[in-house]
Ligand binder design. Structure first.
Ligand code: GDP
Ligand code: IMO
Ligand code: MG
Length: 420
């Protein structure tokens, strides 16, 4: 049986915490897309783990953690994460890396930097981790996959790529890369990672034949999807449901539950349209109360109200079967809460989301207002124990989405979760 966790909005919804919880029941936790542009936080006994590449399920010791073929891997970052886990007493011999996952190399980082510069006043606000350029090479068919990286062709492939990339870097006045320096550094990384590289697709098919539980963990989120997000202000992969199949090799018929993660408000980091953004002191207050600063880049996150129009889009696109909503504690510290139930697009009420930039830029949110001041909810372990105002807010979300809010986050700690 395969369950999936996906971000429903613009990322950073608290997927890490939900994945950690759900992987208690799983035998496998699989990342299927993105790279170390992701930052997934799990707080265990006051210690904060921030995973960029390693599946968040790895903290559960019975889980085999897989980096699927759809992921792009910066070897240096992955090795740092492996070492950090070891230092904290976790074992990593249950980590497996797809031989078909693509490698992020120094020229991808250089290109990410250069391309953002060249975009001038139309910057995307990328994480500058080389993600877009690595996926470009994958589709251009000059990418280096993990199997090549740890195999005998790496030197030759790298040499050709560096020669070609240097022509472009030089043309735009950016420093060229020295093949020998890169090769000598990266061949060491390849040696370290070699034991982890396997055919993960066959591994997953064997697990499916044995009826084992697999949790596919999303990075990024629906509105950052290369096809369905607010293009071009998106990432370069498919964090939506289709990415599960192409990024792991698991057929659609095996997928059971699809959990869509949201916050009780919303946030976005990087450029691009955001209908319910609050550019005022309420937005600043949410940022401070929710500690909304990037896990990966430390950038302040743009904050705003929860958007049902966008959420219903994510539910339809992904076939979300239940919602996981984090930060109920944070939103409950405000006096009044707003929920966007429709858009006003040029004077017309619109309930369907359209990722077209012009539509999003001209749409104004139509709000319903709710009472806040939930008080301390850290001790609430059931929905019924939550204060009436909190219950009302959640019930209205369920009514508007026709979807159950199955998990409710009441704090950052791994145990701060109500399951219904
Ligand atoms: P992800 O990328 O979706 O995994 O989310 P991030 O880890 O980037 O950001 C979510 C942040 O919210 C992290 O700092 C989490 O520790 C924190 N968090 C998650 N759930 C809750 C919650 O229910 N309440 C509070 N206060 N913090 C939460
Ligand atoms: P998690 O998994 C939030 C955003 C970047 C930028 C855009 C493109 O933690 O939710 P990229 O480096 O991917 O080319 O940047 O996508 N972005 C994220 N925003 N959370 C993430 O991951 C993100 N990954 C990418 O800020 O706007
Ligand atoms: Mg994050």
């Amino acid at each position: 049986m395969v369950n999936v966790v996906l971000g429903a909005f613009y990322g950073d919804e608290g997927k890490g915490k939900i994945i950690d919880y759900l992987s208690k029941e799983a035998k496998y936790a699989v990342r299927f897309s993105g790279g170390n542009n992701a930052g997934h936080t799990i707080e265990v006994d006051g210690h904060k783990f921030a995973f960029h590449l390693i599946p968040s399920g790895i903290l559960n010791e019975n889980v085999k953690a897989i980096l699927g073929n759809g992921v792009v891997i910066d070897p240096k970052v992955l090795i740092e994460e492996i070492n950090n886990l070891k230092e904290n007493g976790y074992k990593v011999d249950n980590l497996y890396i797809s031989d078909k996952a693509h490698v992020i190399l120094p020229y991808h980082l250089a290109f990410d930097e250069m391309q953002e510069d060249l975009r001038k006043d139309r910057k995307i606000g990328t994480t500058k981790r080389g993600i877009g350029p690595a996926y470009c090479d994958k589709f251009e068919r000059c990418g280096i996959r993990m199997g090549d990286f740890v195999g005998s062709n790496f030197k030759e492939y790298l040499k050709t790529n560096i020669q070609n990339k240097n022509v472009i870097l030089a043309a735009f006045g950016y420093p060229e890369l020295d093949f020998e320096t890169v090769y000598n550094e990266y061949k060491e990384y390849a040696e370290i990672l070699k034991p982890y590289v396997v055919d993960t697709t066959t591994m997953l098919h064997k697990a499916l034949n044995n009826n084992e539980n697999i949790l596919c963990e999303g990075a990024q989120a629906t509105l950052l999807d290369i096809d369905f997000g607010s293009y071009p202000f998106v990432t370069s992969s498919n964090p939506t449901i289709g990415g599960v199949s192409t990024g792991t090799g698991i057929g659609a018929k095996y997928i059971n539950e699809v959990y869509g993660v949201i916050k009780a408000y919303s946030s976005r980091v990087g450029e691009g349209p955001y209908v319910t953004e609050l550019k005022d002191e309420v937005g600043d207050k949410i940022r401070e109360l929710g500690h909304e600063y990037g896990t990966t880049t430390k950038r302040p996150r743009r904050c705003g109200w929860l958007d049902i129009v966008a959420l219903n889009y994510a539910i339809m696109l992904n076939g979300i079967t239940a919602i996981a909503m984090n930060h109920l504690d944070t939103i409950g510290k405000l006096d009044k809460i707003k929920l966007c139930v429709a858009y006003d697009y040029l004077g017309k009420r619109e309930e369907y989301f359209n990722s077209n930039l012009e539509f999003l830029e001209k749409s104004k949110p139509i709000y319903e207002e709710f009472e806040g001041n939930f008080g301390d909810i850290s001790q609430c372990k059931t929905f019924e124990e939550l204060p009436e105002n909190a219950q009302k807010y959640i019930r209205r979300i369920e009514e508007l989405t026709h979807t159950k809010v199955k998990f409710i986050g009441t704090g950052a700690g791994r145990e701060s979760i109500i399951v219904r």
